[in-house]
Ligand binder design. Structure first.
Ligand SMILES: NC(=O)c1ccc[n+]([C@@H]2O[C@H](COP(=O)([O-])OP(=O)(O)OC[C@H]3O[C@@H](n4cnc5c(N)ncnc54)[C@H](OP(=O)(O)O)[C@@H]3O)[C@@H](O)[C@H]2O)c1
Length: 239
């Protein structure tokens, strides 16, 4: 039960958690295909990952781009969806309907459309792994849209586990993980935030992308596991 000689397609695989999944899958002998919206990031990921790797540029907030992507990608075994933009942080009273809807575009609707157009290319024994977060279970004021889209993501995934069976469908819900998604914060502020969060966590540190990647790899390998949500948060839900 390894990923040897499988093909893993990672939408959002050029950075952070997705890139760590790509590295892990390659280390087990998989072919890997990474996709994201910026050519520069696709190029850097391909350079890092080396042989048996392909890359495509696609804006995953655009249904037509997703449909076009799957005309170029051949059959594969596992679809991983880690594409995401920074979560909307705003009190509800200051959130326009337009911004609320837009915050679902990449992380929820992109995942939905990837499953719609991509699931037919999954080989027997294959799976989909989506991404959620701790927000639906550990809400934080100002992040209602993030909690909503991730709650929707989890509901969608467990429904698909039934609808697309025998394709397996699972979700990883990461806690705070040190990735480039946090680069929008100035370094000192970012490090202070990580340190303050680390101090509250049972494991005493924030996550690294490789910690969370293992959960995606495990779902791909586990042929008897479907419709599950695995929280990988350093124990944040406990405290
Ligand atoms: N890091 C955390 O603390 C944390 C916690 C909970 C959940 N998550 C979730 O985990 C997922 C991965 O996050 P990460 O931390 O690994 O972030 P990251 O390092 O910023 O990676 C995000 C990836 O998504 C791609 N992407 C963004 N917008 C896209 C678009 N419109 N079309 C195609 N690709 C797009 C990015 O590439 P391009 O820039 O080239 O498009 C990049 O490859 C996200 O959904 C995030 O919300 C992260």
């Amino acid at each position: 039960m390894t990923l040897e000689d499988k093909c893993v397609l990672i939408l959002g695989g050029t950075s952070g958690i997705g890139l760590a999944v790509a590295e892990g899958a390659k280390a087990e002998g998989s072919d890997v295909i990474v996709v994201s919206s910026r050519q520069s990031r696709v190029d850097s990921a391909l350079k890092l990952l080396g042989k048996r790797t392909e890359g495509f540029v696609a804006d995953l907030s655009d249904e037509r781009a997703i449909e076009a992507l799957f005309t170029k990608v051949g059959p594969f075994d596992h679809l991983v969806y880690t594409a995401g933009d920074p979560v909307l942080q705003r009190p509800l009273g200051e959130t326009s309907l337009e911004d609320a809807k837009k915050s679902f575009d990449v992380r929820f609707w992109g995942a939905v459309m990837a499953a719609k157009y991509g699931s037919r290319s999954i080989r027997p024994g294959g799976s989909i792994v989506f991404t959620s977060s701790t927000l639906p279970r550990r809400p934080v004021a100002g992040f209602a849209m993030g909690a909503s889209l991730n709650g929707a993501m989890e509901g969608f995934a467990v429904s698909l586990a039934v609808e697309l069976a025998p394709v397996r469908v699972n979700v990883v819900a990461p806690g705070i993980v040190r990735t480039p998604i946090w680069d929008r914060l100035p370094e000192a502020q970012r490090e202070a935030y990580f340190a303050s969060r680390a101090a509250t966590l049972p494991v005493g540190r924030v996550g690294e992308a490789v910690d969370v990647a293992e959960a995606y790899l495990s779902f791909m390998r586990s042929r008897f596991t479907t419709g599950q949500i695995l929280v990988v948060d350093g124990g944040r839900q406990l405290v």
